[in-house]
Design a protein. Structure first.
Length: 676
């Protein structure tokens, strides 16, 4: 049946709109429309394609998760081998790399380098023909990889068609007939933690790190599973480019970005190795604050004609090297294993370690997850173990050094009696977790209140674990809402307080009025709902009533909310006691629900904060900016609109001046916020 031209034009227009909004949302993090409007466009396109099957194409936005499960992965031979990088581990080795290149190139000046973060993900290659994504494959052994096209299509930040994203203010950018684009697929830390929590609850072993989680997700036979894992990626080079392209790495990155590919904003052009080493120090400081894992930086000669001169070895290019960060894994001894009762009653075994520094942080405790993990790894008291800490991930024991055993090590089993209340501990059928059966277990109450008062929640200064224990043990507080009914004489009855400190605590509790709506959601302690997910929920559901009544389908329709998180939120509000406590808290706190970001003075503006502000903490400044529609990033780039500089601003200030970024002192910043 002939499809009317009007329908064809509407379908093409819908695809262009949807891909544009995908690019703005997933790649640039600058959405222009609300989720409801995006969903309306997608539903209209799906309806038209269903009514006119001849219009359905593999590169349609509706084909993101449309492939059936497959039995195995086919082999893909790379046109040009995907080589691995050589490594250097200290400044002397990096300088020697530079000296070696200078001997070979004999340049008149310093070598022009491009430095990028070394992402801890899975290497992939995308093949586009006439602008359409036709093939996605893993690196494999460098020569032959696996065909993961159906799974690659589910990654929302990857454009299915380059041509739809190559328009700049009406100007058409020529798309190559064929281009092979290479990069890294990864899983952000927040999604990694949520995924592992879901796996533990389901009785499945957790992934060791975000890289393994990303690799496991990309190699799922069912693309629907991959889609539920919310993968992302960055791209940084090409294999075969059929048309003439840029002649250096710096311009290539800009070119890939103009085609619609996601390129890491932390890239830096460095004239000489000294500049590159300075950037290494910056990246090392940023490492733990990034939402994804990096394990070093990649130093590349920028000019491609110099690549030709330098050549490659059998395994790696001679014009690039990875400068690795210090290891995030160290050895320690398990002095004891204790059972910790969480706010949902789950008993978590915790290794009490000989204190050791991991990634610049002293670690004395590490999670062992559950009894299955203890048995699988054969962890014992007295064992020498490898401990891992990565960013915001809770330190964990990743391996046991069995060959270091002395014979005095003691096996461990989670007790069948709760260490806090003495109630029976059970392990429900089909679950990996042991749980305390006492819903009134003081440990659960204390953990819920501690979470509520934590820095990411209501940030109640002075309300630590000791105070919470006394309040609960003295029957003064049964849930977080009871905090707002405390009287001064009740606080003074605790042996930790005098007149002044009691008043300060009550003032701190009262000072939570008007805290941001997203922090209120986080403070409720809903399982699987971390800070990032709280912000997503806060943007989508603007009041407690909206969130309380939201269906699983409504939540899943919101990007970054998977079925596990949605079901957890729904289960939380299906419990009448939770609704009652949340309602009391909502009426006491009256959380600040910001107006929609569009139309505000700071909408879409990118800020970087450096130095110490006198009147605001870094977190408070960030919240003020985000409430007005702005965004805070950790490093200065050409896309940065404002650098807010407090006392002792560090290296970000000269970098901002170099790029012409608008500089604000604290007074100017407060005026911009409307508070000066």
């Amino acid at each position: 049946m002939t499809v009317p031209d009007k329908i064809r034009r509407e379908v093409e227009d819908l695809r262009r709109q949807i891909e544009r909004h995908n690019y703005l949302y997933y790649t640039l993090d600058r959405p222009e429309i609300q989720d409801e409007e995006y969903d309306r466009l997608l539903r209209r396109l799906a309806d038209l394609e269903k009514s006119h099957p001849d219009l359905a194409t593999p590169d349609s936005p509706t084909a993101r998760v449309g492939a059936p499960p497959r039995k195995d992965f086919g082999a893909v031979r790379h046109t040009i081998p995907m080589l691995s990088l050589g490594n250097v581990f200290n400044e002397d080795e990096a300088l020697e790399f530079d000296r070696r290149l200078k001997r070979l190139l004999n340049p008149p000046n310093e070598i022009d380098y491009v430095v990028e973060p070394k992402l801890d993900g899975l290497g992939v290659e995308l093949v586009y023909e006439r602008g359409s994504l036709v093939l996605g494959s893993t690196r494999g052994d460098g020569t032959v990889g696996e065909d993961i096209t159906a799974n690659i299509r589910t990654v929302r930040s990857i454009p299915l068609r380059l041509g739809a994203l190559s328009r700049r203010e009406g100007a058409e950018l020529k798309v190559p007939d064929r281009i092979e684009i290479r990069g890294e697929i990864l899983m952000f830390k927040e999604e990694f933690l949520a995924l592992n929590a879901r796996r533990v609850e389901a009785g499945e072993p957790p992934f060791a790190n975000p890289r393994n989680a990303a690799a496991g997700s990309l190699r799922q036979l069912d693309p629907g599973v991959t889609a539920s894992r919310h993968l992302d990626g960055f791209f940084y080079t090409v294999g075969d480019l059929s048309n003439h392209g840029p002649d250096n790495q710096w311009d290539l990155l800009s070119y890939l970005s103009s085609l619609g590919l996601k390129v890491n904003h932390l890239r830096r052009r460095c004239l000489g190795m000294d500049d590159a080493l300075a950037f290494y120090d910056e990246l090392l400081q940023l490492r733990d604050d990034l939402p994804y894992e990096i394990d070093g930086m990649v130093i590349k000669v920028s000019r491609f004609d110099q690549h030709e001169v330098l050549g490659t070895s059998s395994r790696s290019p001679k014009w690039a090297v990875a400068y690795k960060f210090p290891s995030q894994q160290v050895e320690s001894v398990i002095n004891d294993i204790t059972a910790q009762v969480g706010r949902t009653g789950v008993i978590t075994p915790v290794a009490e370690l000989q204190p050791v520094k991991v990634g610049g942080v002293t670690v004395s405790r590490a999670t062992l997850h559950n009894q299955d993990e203890i048995d699988r790894k054969d962890v014992r008291i007295g064992d020498m173990v490898i401990v891992q800490r990565a960013g915001d991930v809770i330190p964990e024991v990743v391996d046991v050094l069995v060959n270091r055993r002395t014979g005095k090590e003691i096996p461990y089993t989670i007790p069948d009696i709760c260490p806090e209340c003495g109630a029976h501990v059970i392990r429900p059928e089909g679950e990996a977790a042991h749980r305390c059966t006492n819903m009134a277990c003081p440990a659960q109450v204390k953990e819920r209140i501690f979470h509520f008062a934590s820095r990411g929640g209501m940030d109640i200064e002075g309300l630590g674990r000791k105070t919470i224990s006394q309040l609960v043990d003295g029957a003064l507080v049964k849930d977080p809402a009871d905090l707002y009914r405390l009287k001064e004489d009740q606080v003074l009855s605790l042996n930790l307080f005098a007149d002044r400190s009691a008043k300060k605590l009550l003032e701190a509790i009262g000072g939570t009025r008007g805290r941001p709506w997203s922090r209120f959601i986080f403070a409720l302690g809903i399982p699987l709902v971390g800070r990032f997910v709280s912000k997503v929920l806060a943007d989508r559901f603007r009041t407690l009533a909206e969130l309380k009544d939201a269906t699983v389908d409504q939540m899943v329709a919101t990007y970054n909310i998977g079925p596990g998180i949605a079901e957890s939120v729904r289960a939380f509000f299906d419990e009448e006691r939770n609704v009652r406590v949340a309602g009391k808290l909502y009426s006491y706190i009256k959380p600040e629900i910001p107006e929609g970001h569009r139309g505000t003075d700071l909408a879409g503006k990118i800020f970087v904060l450096t130095g110490t502000l006198a009147n605001l903490t870094r977190e408070e400044a960030k919240e003020r900016i985000e409430s007005l529609g702005g965004r805070v990033t950790s490093s200065v780039s050409s896309r940065t609109d404002y650098l807010v500089a407090g006392a002792d601003p560090g290296s970000k200030l000269p970098r901002a001046k170099e790029l012409g970024v608008t500089l604000l002192d604290e007074g100017d910043f407060l005026i911009l916020l409307g508070e000066g």
